[in-house]
Ligand binder design. Sequence first.
Ligand code: ADP
Ligand code: MG
Length: 589
Amino acid sequence: MADVQLLPTTLINQIAAGEVIERPASVVKELVENSLDAGATHVEIILQKAGRELIRVTDNGSGMTPENAHLSLERHATSKIRSFEDLTTVVSMGFRGEALPSIASISHFTLRTRTPNTDTAHEIRLEGGQIISEGPTAGDIGTSISVAHLFYNVPARRKFLKSDSTELSQCVDLVKALAIAHPQVGFRLMEGRRSLLEVSAGQDLETRLKAIFGAETITLLLPVQAQQGDDCLKGFVSPLGQYQPTRQKIFFFINSRPVDSKIFHQALREAYGLHMGPGRYPCAFLFLQLPAHQVDVNVHPAKREVRFRTEREKLTFLVQALSAVLHTSGSGAPVPFAATTPTGLPFLAPSSPPFTPQPFGLQPSTDKLTAFNTPSFPRPSVPAITQTQFRVAQAPVATHGWQFLSFLHTQYALFSTPEGLALVCLPAAQARIAFENIEAALLRAPESQNLLIPALLQIDGALSTVLKTHQKILARQGFHLAPFGQGTWRLEAIPSWLSGENGFHGSPEALLVAELHALGEMSSADESLLHQRLAHVAAQHAQVTITHTAAAVRLVDQLLSCRQPLKSPSGAPTLWHISVDELKKRFFL
Ligand code: ADP
Ligand code: MG
């Protein structure tokens, strides 16, 4: 056996680079984040050939002394972390102390830097991680790093790169995200002589967003502001009904760091419901601020993904905050009562003037939003509605205060509430409850229940291909199937959560086939999305006729403790509430 040897430093750096540096955009990210950490108020990024030939990032930050410049190119040299404790509460952008040596090991690298205390800059040039020259040179205060011929000595990586336009758009998206996160810093992004983005220093968020996306897009957005404990959510989103063809105007930030977080995407999907779909995406610029220890930014070496200590709680907070904004603004999609006015319940048609979005930059009224965070209430449930007269009573009074009055036309139940009158749509409420129960069961690694007599299902053609592709996921959801020959499958076990207790009242076989159809239409294999899809399909089998008062009361009970009690999984309203004040107005009292 060969002797154990220490790996040469350059090789270690190249391996580290493999983790962090995937493409030109990764280099841009590391360098610009360093500039921001160095207190720059202006950052210029120049690319040639989508960054393959050259990436140059120049800032007017603190600069480095020659000694520090030298040190910065050594592995694990960082001025930002001193202890493990620091690592768990990282607040600056960079923290691993390996970006510069990693990038230098896979490129022709030039670092030029000058602190305010000297008249000359210091320049270090490296090739493949080896210093080839070093010495004083002329230069401005700040730092300029040029990375030429990225991956010149790692052909495997180079081959992995996509087309120039894809690599370039990755760089543009990244710089946009950083520019949104730091509106006070000026940015200029050039490809060759072409300016791709130019924003001046000292802007506020509104001005920055308008500068990047155009005033006409941004003025239409609704402001979001909500607080729960130490967590604070701010930002802007499109009203219902105003969409973009792509996801390009969706940006998420946690503690000012651009992130690509599943939880945010899921919150948008839940808040917009069926309004959002392929080719219809809202604009969303959402900033979540929370204590550093609650979020783990170390999950991904390049820090794109984050993990929360309490995922469900965060999701609930986001969904409620977004729903409160979307479903109370009265703009965009028709208010259901208004829509039913001609044939339905004219006395409930909104009487107030149509809602006009608040001027950008104004704080939205937060009193209702914070109402559901009041500590005396055990669990936030129904975000009370602001800005329109239809007001959902706050959840905690739900069971206690809601008194059953009557069934109406088999599908509805009428309740008197401490604030007024509520009309509950029973099928929509049942679907919402079943959806959340089933989704929760799926997240708990569901058990399955063997069938005494396995069912034989005829599944062939395209559906059988879908089944084969997703058989493992189906098994994790609790469906166990074995091929039985000639387009027939044996269903041997079904998920235990398929029970009336969870609100499921259909046939497991029909659900399985419906799920296969749904899976066949989905392009993503993201498991949490598949779970949601299944819960959605299952919730369509939740309807049973309710004829007893006790059952109606229990239903409302369950509904009001749902994460999203106001809408069915398909986005239809589950209930409407009219306050006593509003009734008085209607009757001119
Ligand atoms: P990290 O950012 O994780 O500390 P890097 O390898 O990215 O690690 O940078 C190493 C060190 O070099 C930083 O801690 C910082 O002190 C210094 N540095 C890097 N870029 C700049 C810059 N643009 N301006 C000033 N100092 C810089
Ligand atoms: Mg760094």
